[in-house]
Design a protein around this ligand. Sequence first.
Ligand code: GDP
Ligand code: GDP
Length: 438
Amino acid sequence: MKPVIAVVGRPNVGKSTLFNRMTKSRDAIVADYSGLTRDRHYGDGRLADREYIVVDTGGFEPDSSTGIVKEMAKQTRQAVAEADAVIFVVDLRAGLSAQDHDIARYLRTANKKVFLAANKAEGMSESPLLGELYELGMGAPHPISSAHGQGIRSLLDAVLADFPFDEPHEEEGAGEQPPIRLAVAGRPNVGKSTLINTWLGEERLVAFDMPGTTRDAIRIPFERHGQKFELIDTAGLRRKGKVFEAIEKFSVVKTLQAIASADVVLLLLDATQGVTEQDAHIAGYILESGRAVVLAVNKWDAIDDYQRETLERSIAQRLAFLKFAPVLRISALKRQGLGPLWQSIADAHASATRKMSTPVLTRLLHEAVEFQTPKRSGGFRPKLRYAHQGGMSPPVIVIHGNSLEHVTDVYKRFLEQRFRDHFKLVGTPLRIEMRSSK
Ligand code: GDP
Ligand code: GDP
């Protein structure tokens, strides 16, 4: 599981600036976000190969002057409760205020590992305030400059030092196929526990307990038709004896963690509720994670033909940015549509891990260019020379050539479709990167 780091502090100390620094490397997504409200308080980040989730408490707009302090305290408490570690940001230029002391007092009782970041420290290495910060009782301050990117790495090194790495996937069971890690995501009441219990109750599906599971993490290994799966804990689910039980509280962080550690995410929708804002949010997180995804509309049994038609349209519109994902119609309660669902999950996983050779990719590229030449733009005609696979889960295709910065988005989508069709890629994002040589 990725560790969750909360960034807290009073307004204007530079929390959002730090948040942006910590999440910077994660914006190259080939996708259309229209119709999706992004939740800016959560972000994915990475330091070398260590990944983490950041929760930011800045940026909210207090609507009444009386509510500011209370609202801030609430935001801070929520973020801290969800976090594995806390970065407490203070402003080295402004010095300590009563608010800083309030937050420090609260953090001392929160029983979390706290790292004190003295922000705006550029050119201030001699500041007498650095010594004063020890008063907060949070240990040695880490001088940083979020605006200039100084000291961030050593701060994060310290924060991440205590967390174990998720071991790389390949190392599991030498020679054996690793299990497909599957997360079942969705709002409360969409039917997650019903579906999982139906699965685990099926005869052909052998579930077994795994000893020594950490914290409250749920990981259930099972096998179906010779394919090994591992079910990952998801927001709103708790294991009670042999069955799963829904819990009311929905946690974004739990969802993000589950998505991050999954190979395939099954996003459940509730046919009787349509596509809600929260569904779209979760779908957005999945898209951003680059994970393989299958959409299943549960409770299909409970709606009539007219409602079904309306629902299909609203999925196509509101989740347009996930249109590469197959949409299954199921009833967990009546055990309908579950066979095809397994097939889609396996297909999505196979697509995400498909190997695509350089000669085949290059041939497909040349055929595409022959079929439709990229437009000339600003006096340049892009020259697409060859392609190679740059990664898996999600698959990345790197195209080499000249003047590739002039390749239009429309043309990129055209290429994507050609590659998708040939390799039968479903249920996974496909990223296309252009690398021009001079
Ligand atoms: P937040 O309210 O805590 O989220 O603070 P912001 O990130 O919005 O930053 C508040 C102000 O401090 C902005 O004007 C930033 O440009 C500025 N700021 C943030 N980080 C630094 C820094 O490292 N050095 C300096 N000099 N200013 C900074
Ligand atoms: P969770 O919170 O996502 O785990 O949802 P639950 O599995 O607890 O299901 C919430 C409610 O939806 C329960 O009353 C279930 O009986 C009901 N439900 C689950 N799946 C179906 C289904 O396929 N059809 C119908 N009609 N109801 C369902």
